[in-house]
Design a protein around this ligand. Structure first.
Ligand SMILES: C[S@@+](CC[C@H](N)C(=O)[O-])C[C@H]1O[C@@H](n2cnc3c(N)ncnc32)[C@H](O)[C@@H]1O
Length: 249
């Protein structure tokens, strides 16, 4: 189904279906634990006593790391099941609430957050201009915005993949695509948006962010031990982009 036919968040149903297996598998899953996560974590500044918003926290694997580093954490996600697992993992050590990133973050006041963090979530939000404006509003001056996404080039090559159900057609457009995932238990259709690399920088610039660092992560040795064949593929093809930006307005 194309997103124009529905009002609800595009990936809500997929993540409700996936939540339980995601919670079980993601702590040690090769592409997350040994590829995306080490790279994204390497972008973190010192967050001791800082207020971190984990936007699209899922089962709160990252939020738990932030708590262990001494941060004050607000964790939000649109999926009630993901929120359930986040509460199970974090207890009452963080503020956890269900929220849709496609809507204003009214529960957060201006300039009250030191770091907005969002790992593998922004692929499910079409309107980055509105969302990034909200992130800029809640961030203190000089605040950090750190995020990871699927790599825009890897997503464009989905068109050659047998499990790509709605194909990307034009690299230069932000496009609705659908892909069947099999890495978290049963096959689940995951809709998302694919956008060109230039759009990343345009949206960040418009919202008053400048990019400090960009990483195209490579798999670690632990990835190789866990999945030697997958390691060969992940060593040669782009999977994710990890970006640290700074509020400059
Ligand atoms: C791939 S998971 C990433 C979870 C977590 N950040 C991590 O890296 O383990 C994507 C998450 O984005 C959430 N999500 C998708 N669309 C969202 C939206 N519109 N608002 C808030 N969360 C959303 C999903 O429910 C899911 O928990």
């Amino acid at each position: 189904m194309d997103d124009r036919e529905q009002d609800k968040p595009v990936a809500l149903e997929a993540y409700e279906l996936m939540a339980e297996e995601y919670n079980k598998r993601v702590p040690t899953k090769d592409y997350n634990a040994f590829l995306e996560r080490p790279a994204t974590l390497s972008l973190l500044p010192d967050i001791k006593s800082k207020h971190v918003l984990d936007a699209g926290c899922g089962p709160a694997i990252y939020a738990e790391i932030f708590l262990n580093r001494g941060a004050k954490v607000t964790a939000i996600d649109v999926s009630p099941k993901m929120i359930h697992f986040a509460k199970e993992r974090l207890g009452n050590h963080a503020t956890i609430r269900q929220a849709n990133l496609e809507e204003p973050l009214d529960f957060l006041s201006d300039k009250t957050v030191d770091l907005v963090f969002s790992s593998l979530v922004l692929d499910y939000v079409k309107d980055w201009d509105s969302l990034f404006a909200e992130f800029s509003r809640i961030l203190r001056d000089d605040g950090y915005f750190i995020f990871s996404t699927e790599h825009p080039f890897s997503k464009f090559t989905y068109k050659d993949h047998p499990r790509c159900e709605v194909l990307p057609k034009n690299y230069f457009e932000t496009e609705y695509v659908e892909f069947t995932w099999t890495g978290f238990g049963k096959a689940i259709l995951v809709p998302s948006y694919r956008r060109p690399l230039g759009t990343f920088f345009e949206c960040l610039h418009t919202a008053g962010f400048c990019v400090e660092k960009l990483i195209e992560p490579r798999p670690t040795e632990d990835f190789k031990r866990q999945n030697p064949d997958g390691y060969q593929k992940a060593s040669r093809n782009p999977s994710f982009l990890c970006i640290r930006a700074r509020k400059t307005l």
